[in-house]
Design a protein around this ligand. Sequence first.
Ligand code: NAP
Length: 237
Amino acid sequence: MHAELLDRVVLVTGGGSGIGRACGQALAAAGATVMLCGRTTSKLERAAAGIAEATGRTPAIHTTDVSQKAEVESLVRETIERFGRLDILVNNAGVSARGRVAELSDEVFDRALEINLRGAFLCARAAWPHLAASQDGYIFNIASYAGKHGMAGSGAYCASKFGLVGLSESMSEEGRDAGVRVTAICPGFVATPMVAGAPVAAEAMLQPEDIAKTILWLLSMSRVSMVKEVVLSRTGA
Ligand SMILES: NC(=O)c1ccc[n+]([C@@H]2O[C@H](COP(=O)([O-])OP(=O)(O)OC[C@H]3O[C@@H](n4cnc5c(N)ncnc54)[C@H](OP(=O)(O)O)[C@@H]3O)[C@@H](O)[C@H]2O)c1
């Protein structure tokens, strides 16, 4: 348990699998009260049961599509009604989007931007007043190595993640006087369902727990710390 997390409330988007689930588990194990959201209720229920078994603390769940403003507002409202505060937002929900730019459909491009970028913006905006009220608020934006380096076949995904890094840096500046810290986390390949079928062996990739440990490490720093970005990569992609 981390004494400083015992009275903290954490919202993890895309918490039903992969990195989001690992972050929810690590934060619950550290003593925080955790709310997980995602679009698929059964995935959230499975994740919450697994976290409860591993940590003895059962996360709350809320079925939410982060690209839908009304659903995001309802998620934050319910978090505050149930727990009275919100201290940490892990903006993790995301989708992959493959295809060379000349062949990309409008739908694939728009979906990547709507979920990976606009979704993170909607969550941050709805959570901001509560994070500021906490005076020790923190937003982790799970961007990507693809938010730092362009890659063939990933134009829509890279655009969404480059956008998220820019949004994150701006929020970090705005948070300086508001008591809200903001860090973009930019991992290369992480062994999760998103990259099943990637041309890299899962053992050669970062593990979801590596991202969770990075978050715990950043939370352990003094309140005056301002780490705008962390880039982690084992595979160079
Ligand atoms: N795996 C990697 O190599 C890697 C590397 C760098 C960055 N990332 C980023 O890390 C984040 C987590 O990905 P992951 O690798 O852990 O993959 P994952 O296991 O597929 O997790 C993504 C989660 O986001 C949820 N989600 C997707 N669209 C959503 C929406 N509109 N509203 C709410 N939740 C939504 C999914 O659940 P539902 O479908 O049920 O909603 C899923 O639980 C993503 O932002 C991804 O871009 C991943």
